[in-house]
Design a protein. Structure first.
Length: 160
């Protein structure tokens, strides 16, 4: 079994329910959720003229290969109504593969670790809840150190 870390985000519809439903589908189609962060609310990143996001990080034990994992995530996003109309546009659910154990994978449709982790505090803050001491395999720094160095100034608020 492989430990992978996923990032969940939603800014359309019932955001919290979308996050919860994606977790149920991940448990059913991908593997066992072994830890999860708090839910955080953040301003949109990249395309900022849209509703705030809810974000969460989860750690999942899976037997799926990276490509199978990506395929299942695409199925989940599609079942939940995700339409890819514009880059960084609004979405019911977005599931990103952040880490797949400590593997480094780079091909046309998949890059692991996710290339934007170090630039996004809305990703790093939830990761602090579940794996602050995990060492990023490309940067050779812990999540805590990466958050300390992150220049993203977007506010990350705990969602109640």
């Amino acid at each position: 079994m492989i430990q992978c870390i996923l990032h969940l985000g939603s800014n359309k519809g019932h955001r919290n329910i979308n996050i919860e439903l994606s977790e149920v589908m991940i448990s059913n189609q991908i593997g066992i959720i072994t830890s999860e962060s708090q839910v955080y609310e953040t301003s949109a990143w990249g395309k900022t003229d849209q509703k705030d996001f809810l974000n969460k990080a989860i750690s999942v034990k899976t037997s799926l290969s990276p490509q199978e994992l990506l395929k299942q995530i695409s199925i989940i996003e599609s079942k939940m109504g995700r339409l890819r109309k514009e880059k960084w546009g609004p979405r019911n659910i977005d599931v990103d593969i952040l880490f797949y154990d400590e593997e480094i994978i780079e091909n046309d449709n998949l890059k692991i670790p996710h290339p934007q982790i170090t630039n996004r505090n809305f990703v790093l803050v939830p990761l602090m809840d579940i794996c602050p001491d995990f060492v990023h395999p490309l940067h050779d720094k812990t999540i805590a150190a990466l958050l300390e160095e992150c220049t993203d100034t977007g506010e990350v608020r705990r969602y109640l």
